[in-house]
Design a protein around this ligand. Sequence first.
Ligand code: DON
Length: 578
Amino acid sequence: MKKIYAILLLSLFILSQCKQNESNLLKTVTLKRQANEGVVAANGMVVTAHPIATKIGLDVLKKGGNAFDAAVAVKYALAVVLPKAGNLGGGGYLIYRTSDGEKGALDFRETAPAAASRDMFIEAKTDSVMKQKALLGHLATCTPGTVDGMDKIHKKFCTLPFQTLIQPAIDVAKNGFAISDYDAWTFNRAQKEFRKVNDSSMIFISKKPWKKGDSLIQNDLSKTLERIRDNGRDGFYKGETAQYVIDEINSGGGILRKEDLENYSSKWRKPIEGIYRDSFNIISMPPSSSGGIIIVQLLKGSNAYDFKEMGHNTSKTVHIMTELQRRAYADRAEHMGDLDFYEVPIEMLLDEEYIATRNASINMEKATPSSEIKAGKVDKIESLETTHFSIVDKEGNAVSITTTLVGYFGCKVLVDNAGFFLNNEMNNFSLKPGFPNIFGLVGGEANAIAPGKRMLSSMSPTIVEKNGDLFMVLGTPGGSTIINVNYQNIVNVIDHGMTMQEAVNAKKHHSQWLPDAIVMEEDALDSLTISKLKEMGHTSFRVVEQLGRTEAILIRPDGSYEGAADNRRTGDAIAGGY
Ligand code: DON
């Protein structure tokens, strides 16, 4: 009897050890996915704009890498599979929250070359802005930040060797991948501009239209990635790659120089934080992005209104959101620019009293024309050429990264022999006070061009905590609309009780002070809602095909993750979990 009892005890012990080992490896939660949820998984989630990038990130997590390891692998994969935005030649932002609650931001935004100057896009004789020069071709390019950013992330947080993380991207560049319908559409759309600023031998230039299933092999890019693999950031900012960049720039009259590349350094920054509805802490990007400040201004301003009772996309809710947005974007134009060059009054802009004063001029029944709104004292919606990804690992480390080349394929110049596109980030500076950029955004002194300065951005990778725990990871492309899309996604989940996927799918609206208009997706607002808004004095409405393309993760009450990819209109975005 004693023997049987001992065996039983031993078996129970072994069983409990096995369970413990298993739970060390994988979280054990019962997953019940509701029909209105995105992808649900217990241990890790990767949401990116491309299936190959999502798979590469997920493989890293499954192999035991953390969210930062996966992010570095995903970023390099996107540089290969999403040439229009993925980028080595651009820049971006990271917002992170580690499993023990440490939060931070990395600014790997591009910087203006040393030879840049305030009025370089103003024609002296006519005083007119040479808008095209800041958009298409070599002069539009600023010093890229992506490779330095990934290097900093790797050194601070990653557990796997860099070589292991970049290798999948090299393999895809070398072996090729079958392009999607969406890729073919974007490549075909840019042919005319490609031809203007590249030799006809450039690999994206094709005599016959690109079509789904065509193989894209990028040999020059694979060699550039190999140089980065073998030499780290120096494989990009120095030596052969740097020389190719400078040769390319010189061939087209650009001003980027070797020293600009050598001197580039991304910067760790303190995120913007603010409380929404008592329990939620918003963590988002500080300047050089305007995103974090405006999202927190909008949400703090929203605390005074009960959106749940007002309803989703009703005239009352849209009216209040529009009023908040026009005030916040007026502040953007006046007060925001690169922190290292301009004293952005962050404290004032986020101060509860200041926000209450701004709210005080909001009439519940009547629109305030934007012409009557000024910044507080102290038109075009581009297609989506930036890209965002969100990752959470099994420990709960969360990474939210948005990166861009600005326009699709940036300034459209592919660096000869190096195989990557250069950004057209000059456009995001204020080229002349009051002159709108491609997103219709205006600005002034705070965002004027200066050597080494970062241009103001709207990109806002964001993380939300609930009662001190990780709750949501989100971000989107969309130029000036990025901020409002993030704002509405947060409100959709917190106030309207939507799942992450419902929030992402929900139709969005956008306003940005100037131009004074409400821009919306088709069917975002019904005709009765629009009539009511018109009665309130909102005069201009415009329908656009899409606002944002969010890639987001929500932490469910049982601790598992809901990954929501955005496939409005077109795109290949996908969430993958395990
Ligand atoms: O930094 C910015 O705000 C812009 N360069 C973002 C560009 C963007 O989202 C393009 N996609 N629509």
